[in-house]
Structure formats: structure tokens, C-alpha cells
Design a protein around this ligand. Structure first.
Ligand SMILES: Nc1ncnc2c1ncn2[C@@H]1O[C@H](COP(=O)(O)OP(=O)(O)OP(=O)(O)O)[C@@H](O)[C@H]1O
Length: 265
């Protein structure tokens, strides 16, 4: 029997309220090193809120979050990024007026080892750092098939390519865990299939954990090792794709959503 991978991310009994609204209620979850975990649930279930808690956009009202044994509660988004969590957003947030390659280099700079002093005075260490960053940015552009567009303004890329660039940029910060919020939203079926192959490849080659929010159910079922299901702020199921596919509670939650949507139509 192989030894189980160590736990990387731990969420313990986390809740979050917004005024009177309980967006998350006593949710616990974990991710092991190298796992690709799905986070699904009907609209308004609390998925993005959980991402926002994991990345320091909001603080939990109760409960604790640990990454690689370090507590994340109370840290700012940039501090959590430095501890190894990077994310993409539902609505793409690139520097549209900067080139593709500069978007990647910006992310490297956040984590580059050369200090502000060495870059200010252009010390030899600064040039060594720049050379290294150029090399790494090149590698990432090749992997994400964006090399031929490196000097184009990010805002001019097609939607599918902007989504890929956003993931490339998150990866450039050297994360231990990558949080992807609906990375396939707005993509056509071919772009989606390519993206999924890429996500699996990233997981295997960068040996990192990935948490994926995605509405496309077949996609989640195909790529994830395990899945958590939220509904109205509560965790209602957890398990392998097979377990989730046949869970009566999950089916009921989604049917409930369909019925609500039909009622509003
Ligand atoms: N900043 C906020 N202020 C007030 N309410 C919020 C805030 N953020 C989220 N909510 C509420 O919390 C609940 C959960 O929202 P959340 O965006 O986390 O759901 P979701 O599962 O990501 O939904 P979707 O699939 O539609 O993106 C919703 O009722 C939402 O309106």
C-alpha cells in the first residue's frame, strides 16, 4: 500500500456571515499534496466565498485555515500568496494594457529573490535575477502556448487565451496550491478540452495541488481526484467523482436549483 500524501491545506469548521446572511456554515475540508480537488454546488452555494477566505480577501467569522501547517487567518492576500496560494478569478483580472510577457514577469517579480536595493542600483545580482526571470517567463509562455503572442497587449488576446494567461500568471508566483475559479467559463468546447489537459499536465509536472470551481459537471468528473459539494453554505457531500455522481443529496440540490430557476423563468 502506498503512503498517503501529506495534507497541504486544511479548513476546519469555517463559517462566514455577511450581515444576516450565512454564506458558509461550519465547513471543513482538506487537500493533500498533489491532489486535484473539485468544489461544486448550485449558484450562491458559497464556493467563491470559500476561495475568498482561502486567499485572504475576507476573514472567516469562525474556524481556522492552515496551509502547509501555517495559519492563514488574518493574513492579507499578498501574504497568503507568498505562503504559497495563488488564484484566478471568475472575472479575468489581467493587466490589459501590458504585454503578455510583462504580465508573467510581474508575477515573477513579486517572488523574485533580488532585493529592491539591488534592482535600484542595478547591481550584478539584479541582472542575474532579470536573466533568470526572462528564462522562466519564456518557459511558462511555451507551456501555455502563448509564446507567439508575448508582445501583444494582454487585453487584445482572445477570451480563451486571456484565461490561459491568467493561470500562467498565477503559476508564475510559485504556488503550492492553485485555486481556479471557473477557468473554463466562456470557453468553447475545444478550448475547454485543451484547458483540462493543460490543468492535468500542470498538476503532474509542477507537483502542486489544485482546487477547481467549475460549473461544467462532466469536466469536473473527468479531472478531479475528489470533490466537495456545497449547498446554501453547507458542505453536503465529499468523495470521488463516482460517489458524487450518485449522491442523492447532490442530485436533490441541483434539481432544487433547476426548479427554482424554472420558477423564476
Ligand atoms: N461581499 C459579500 N457581501 C454580501 N453577500 C455576499 C458577499 N459575497 C458573497 N455573498 C453572498 O454569499 C452567498 C454565497 O455566494 P458565493 O459567491 O460564494 O456563491 P457561489 O457558490 O460562488 O455562487 P456562483 O456559482 O453563483 O458564483 C450568496 O448569497 C452571495 O450573495
Amino acid at each position: 500500500m502506498s503512503t498517503p500524501a501529506p495534507i497541504l491545506l486544511e479548513v476546519n469548521h469555517v463559517s462566514r456571515t455577511f450581515g444576516g446572511l450565512q454564506a458558509l456554515n461550519n465547513v471543513s475540508m482538506y487537500m493533500a499534496e498533489g491532489e486535484l480537488v473539485g468544489l461544486i454546488g448550485p449558484n450562491g452555494a458559497g464556493k467563491t466565498t470559500l476561495f475568498n477566505l482561502l486567499t485572504g480577501v475576507y476573514e472567516p467569522s469562525a474556524g481556522k485555515i492552515h496551509l502547509a501547517g501555517e495559519k492563514l487567518n488574518g493574513l492579507k492576500p499578498y501574504q497568503i500568496n507568498q505562503k504559497g496560494a495563488a488564484r484566478t478569478f471568475q472575472n479575468i483580472r489581467l493587466f490589459g494594457q501590458m504585454s503578455v510577457v510583462d504580465n508573467i514577469k510581474m508575477a515573477f517579480h513579486q517572488h523574485a529573490r533580488h532585493s529592491a536595493v539591488s534592482s535600484m542600483f542595478r547591481l550584478p545580482m539584479h541582472f542575474k535575477g532579470e536573466k533568470e526571470i526572462n528564462k522562466k517567463a519564456n518557459e511558462i509562455l511555451e507551456i501555455f502556448n502563448l509564446k507567439d503572442r508575448e508582445h501583444e497587449l494582454a487585453g487584445n488576446l482572445s477570451y480563451g487565451k486571456q484565461r490561459r494567461l491568467e493561470i500562467a500568471r498565477a503559476l508564475a508566483t510559485g504556488p503550492k496550491v492553485l485555486l481556479l475559479d471557473e477557468p473554463a467559463a466562456g470557453m468553447n468546447p475545444q478550448e475547454t478540452a485543451e484547458l483540462m489537459t493543460l490543468i492535468k499536465w500542470i498538476k503532474d509536472n509542477y507537483k502542486l495541488s489544485i482546487l477547481l470551481i467549475e460549473h461544467d459537471m462532466s469536466l469536473v468528473m473527468n479531472v478531479c481526484d475528489r470533490i466537495y459539494v456545497l449547498d446554501r453554505g453547507e458542505r453536503i457531500a465529499e468523495g470521488t467523482p463516482e460517489v458524487i455522481r450518485t449522491s442523492a443529496q447532490v442530485i436533490e440540490a441541483y434539481l432544487g436549483q433547476d426548479a427554482e430557476e424554472e420558477g423564476h423563468a
